[in-house]
Design a protein around this ligand. Sequence first.
Ligand code: D41
Length: 693
Amino acid sequence: MDQADAQARLQALRREIADHDYRYYVQDAPSIPDAEYDRLIEELQALEAEYPQLVTPDSPSQRVGGTPSAAFTPVRHMVPMLSLANAFDDEAVRDFGRRVRELAGEAAVDYHCEPKFDGLAISLLYRQGVLVRAATRGDGSTGEDVTANVRTIACVPLRLRGDAPAVLEVRGEVYMPREGFLRLNAEQAARGDKPFVNPRNAAAGSLRQLDPRITASRPLRFYCHGYGQVEGTLPDRHGDVLSALELLGLPVCPQRRRVADIDACLAYYAELGARRAELPYDIDGVVYKVDRLDLQRRLGFVARAPRWALAHKFPAEEAVTVLENIEVQIGRTGAVTPVARLAPVFVGGVTVTNATLHNEDELRRKDVRVGDSVVVRRAGDVIPEVVRVVTERRPVDARVFEMPAQCPVCGSDIVRLDGEAVSRCSGGLHCPAQVKAGIAHFASRRAMDIDGLGDKLIEQLVDRGLVRDVADIYTLDAATVAGLERMAEKSAANLVAAIEASKQVTLARFVFALGIPQVGEEIARILADHFHSLGAIRSADWAALAQEKKEIQKENTKRRGRKEPLAPVPLPGIGEHIITSLSTFFGDGRNESVIERLLEHGITLETPAPEPADSTLAGKTFVITGTFSRSREELTAALQQRGARVTGSVSRNTDFVAVGDNPGSKADKAAQLGIATLDEAGLMAILEVPDSR
Ligand code: D41
């Protein structure tokens, strides 16, 4: 590259960086991830180092941050708010350690380690212990007055405790805990407002509200990590200063720690990195600071960053890549999910080639087009998602995606019901994609747990017509399975054994495995605990149940007004939508016949005895024979709730045999063995004995 090329590139870089700065600092709407921005800065710095004669006073390298928004009064910081030098690997951290030892002229230097909050830097000014001003960092010298807004943050003290210095400028970070962020976004969505991209943006947007009442409604928090101007005395170590600030009533992060050397800094980094997901707030790295303040003074600063501090960043979990295509995936309930096919990109430790676009509305909201450069995020082990488009990089021929009108797998119409975000393939069980997804769900670990029945195998089984529904799984034999591609005899035998083993299953898992829309693991468990048997679930009167719930809820609304104790609502957590879904599912003859066939193949449902509601019948064994006005399942459940055991056959260990109309041989056996029998009235009397506890 010659000087003219370098000049042109520098100009382009400065423009791009200035654009991003503006979006990031002024509009609070970053258009590229920090890691990508950092790369631009690095390129700029490297090029300027090579061509120092090309450095201009307006270069982003010559200043920190952007211009304050005109709507807030500018505030000059008494002591400038410096920036932090960044390190992205261990080597850079060790270099820092070496430099510090050399410049400080010390053999050993201890450090203070703290999380690097992903929030918004602010400065609080306390005079005589009273909060008089709060300002954003701005460009480091001049920020914006946000006092009215900061006053609304509950954890910021309006008056300090104890003996406060006459003047104290406190520096720290305003942030939004993840939980509050999720709640805020749910509220935004419910109101039809735009959700925030991440907690950092939500915190920035909340703090830069002209109406402090809006700020007050946002779940903001503050931690302090330093100080500016001080008139008064403070301890002589950074860690002790923070402890002193804590005593003054200021929130200080509990994860901070003093360590003896750079190795211990790196260990802290690894430890906090591993615990990152458990923390209630987002952090993007850790910060190391020379602990002794006299050494800090000796080290001083270069440009606008102190030589005694270093931010060690975590690897980026967002990256930019090109979206090459958008395809749709059909789920087991027919839900159509648009999926982005991406140019491979390394994010959060893995190479990502697909990312979800969630649904049509999300895709429209983000205005994602084929050919766009997009920001991809991968958080922990969740499915990667497309966060946003880098609009400045949109090619002229970027193509708008149209939701297909027909299912690409079965050709049935794709329909979207009013008020629903998802579009669905209307093909139902005719759609091989839905059938395959349903079988995969049925076999999955948390459902029937059929080890070895993976997607590839399901694909073959369905395509060859060997399996059309989940009941067909139980018709497979080793010879058939061994005939499939990539199936050794041994794995075929293993699969058949796993299928056989899956026949013993709890009622909750089985209900979950059925893949009833809206019925996840938790709901399946509530249903199993309430009904105790598949028979009771299949024959439940869903309409009556919904009606009953509604009446009790109405009654409870009245009682709440009168401040009276509330009546227990049956099936808590199971709302109208779920009940409708259950009613539709069990009302469909095709589902009923699949369940029948599953039972014929020998599926045996275990119903672990629920925790007895009381123990009046503890240790007593009952057998029920004949018909009663209440169903067998209901009676069993009622007996179990009082601690009784209910078995299927009469023996010497049986305490009572309940004999209804048209009893079978069990009544004769009871008479033979001299076991007490109960008629319906007698059984009801036993069940109504009040709990003596
Ligand atoms: O948690 C943070 N984001 C954080 C930011 C921190 N823990 N310490 C910091 N220390 C400084 C110095 C060393 C310059 C006083 C910082 C920042 N600065 C900082 N925040 C935003 C720009 C600079």
